[in-house]
Unconditional design. Sequence first.
Length: 131
Amino acid sequence: MIKFLLHTFTWWNNYTFGTLFALRGFKRVGEDEFGNVYYEGGLSSYGLPKRWVIYKGYAEASAIPPGWHGWMHHRTDVPPSKENYVAKEWQKPHRANPTGSPQAYRPPGSLSAAGERPRVTGDYDAWTPGN
């Protein structure tokens, strides 16, 4: 029952029934290592094929790996599932966006970082009118 309610009322939890209705006639192209499923079909207003992803779990755009990102944005016409996609040596492995999580970057001096803020160095003079 809970899955039925999630698929009926929340678009950010995987998909809605409206999404499944919109995807009729689309062809399943492949699946990435995270379980996201990719579809293609129809034409956009630019004449390009429409491409769609159904996220596994929470819908987060940063959860698309680089090979599939290139295909989704029409950088390549061949999806990674149809070719032997190998990341370049300089490409880092995919990592989801950590913003808002405990793994988020907190620079030194940030209010959310642990520890004490560094003292002001004195190289800053506040602006005052008339000076």
